[in-house]
Design a protein around this ligand. Structure first.
Ligand code: LLP
Length: 413
């Protein structure tokens, strides 16, 4: 559920017409609804109230400071995958002791930063990483708190690029090697083993793989404890799907019901790492139609947002619903909505039936709050979009549009 709706024929974010935002801040611009974000905190974090748990928002979905600050105010933690994300999370007021650090390629200097900050734990993804972490912690005279990310070999039945818990994926430690790695870790002087972790993929619309993954972890928890290792945390990752088109994603309570009984039984505190489900439907990308262009048998709607602003359609063929900001009840036409970038892959929608817009019209690209701005680039030397937070009838610029000067600001000579 989200707070983007038509009132008469005008499209609003909460009580602010999107046309007003376009006028004030220009386009393309990302617009976020605070009420929607707050609702997601209540429904997702709230769904797990039956178990001792920590919701670590996955910062990669959207690292906007205003969103991180809101989550910090509500007591959420963070799941980070880089020193940059740690910097942003701490800066936004998320306490280090609520931060978990995932990712296959942590560098020694990132490890040092995280150890000095006092994060809750590292989700370690390989034996080589474990050895490096042990050395770095030793140098700092600290003990590194560790969970191992186990690859449970569970099929999440989602897009291959965002499946992560299959044997063939680069993530985690193979299920069959887990015991050996835990035994090895428990002997290392600068490592404190705290938990176990899995993340099987993203945009799951069927919750049964989550139960399978939780059960695989629970089975291991018993075996690991029999080695004399005290596991306190089970981290089940993120992955809950959202509605982009016709999907019927599960309610967070269904997600929770797959996981809570299994992890409770295992006697662990639960960590969840939701990203997309927290922010996806709380954001829209607002763009203006530049040209309507007809080529033989195709109509192209050329807009001022491109694949550098929202990469998902080009990268994964993802569907994002596109709505007119002023609904003039135009006759529908089948069009490609394309950006200004010099690549045929630069599209926001292909062969899509839309009310045919006119040049100068505004369009809202929906469900763009997750993996939208966070994956934006400067390709074609385009400046990255502004971000605006709406709350009730108020709109606030939370990230200014990049300038041309910003594009060259780090160049020397
Ligand atoms: N935890 C870990 C270790 C992850 O790798 C991810 C996402 C999450 C949590 C959050 O998952 P979520 O709740 O958002 O599904 N760029 C792609 C999605 C990549 C997801 C990467 N990992 C997209 O636009 O669909």
């Amino acid at each position: 559920m989200h707070w983007f709706n038509y009132k008469d024929s005008e499209f609003y974010a909460e009580d602010v017409p999107l046309s007003r935002i376009a006028e004030k801040y220009g386009t393309p611009v990302y617009v976020y609804s605070r009420a929607t974000l707050e609702r997601h905190i209540r429904t997702i974090d709230g769904a797990f109230s039956g178990i001792d748990h920590l919701t670590c928002y996955s910062v990669k979905a959207n690292a906007c400071g205003a969103i991180l600050r809101l989550f910090a105010e509500h007591g959420l933690g963070a799941d980070i995958v880089s020193g940059g994300e740690l910097f942003r999370a701490l800066r936004a007021g998320i306490p280090a002791e609520r931060i978990v650090y995932s990712g296959v390629g942590k560098t020694p200097s990132e490890m040092e930063y995280a150890l000095n900050s006092g994060i809750l734990m590292f989700n370690v993804e390989s034996e080589s990483e474990l050895r490096v972490l042990n050395e770095v912690a030793g140098r700092l005279k600290k003990k590194a708190p560790v969970s191992f990310r186990i690859n449970p070999d569970v099929d999440p039945k989602t897009h291959p690029y965002i499946s992560t818990g299959l044997k063939k994926n680069k993530f985690g430690i193979p299920h069959d090697s887990a015991l050996r790695v835990y035994a090895e870790a428990s002997k290392l002087p600068n490592i404190e083993v705290m938990g176990i972790d899995a993340h099987i993929g993203s945009q799951l619309v069927d919750v049964t793989p989550f139960r399978e993954a939780a059960e695989r972890l629970a089975g291991l928890i018993g075996e690991i404890r029999s080695l004399g290792v005290n596991l306190r945390y089970a981290d089940i990752g993120g992955g809950l799907g959202i509605r982009y088109n016709e999907e019927t994603p599960p309610d967070p309570s269904e997600w929770a019901s797959m996981i809570i009984p299994v992890i409770k039984q295992a006697g662990c505190s639960l960590i969840i790492e939701p990203g997309r489900s927290m922010v996806g439907n709380a954001g829209a990308l607002l763009t203006r139609v530049q040209y309507i262009k007809k080529n033989v048998d195709k109509t192209f709607v050329v807009v001022d947002a491109g694949m550098n602003d929202l990469a998902r359609p080009s990268l994964y063929g993802s569907f994002h619903s596109i709505l007119p900001v002023t609904d003039r009840k135009a006759a529908p036409a089948v069009v490609d909505v394309v950006g200004p970038i010099c690549e045929s892959g630069d599209f926001l929608a292909k062969d899509r039936e839309l009310p045919l817009p006119e040049e100068g019209d505004l369009l809202a690209v929906m469900s763009a709050g997750a993996y939208g701005m966070s994956m934006a680039s400067n390709y074609n030397s385009r400046t990255r979009a502004a971000e605006v937070m709406v709350s009730g009838g108020e709109d606030t610029l939370v990230t200014a549009r990049e300038s041309w000067e910003d594009l060259v600001a780090r160049e020397r000579e």
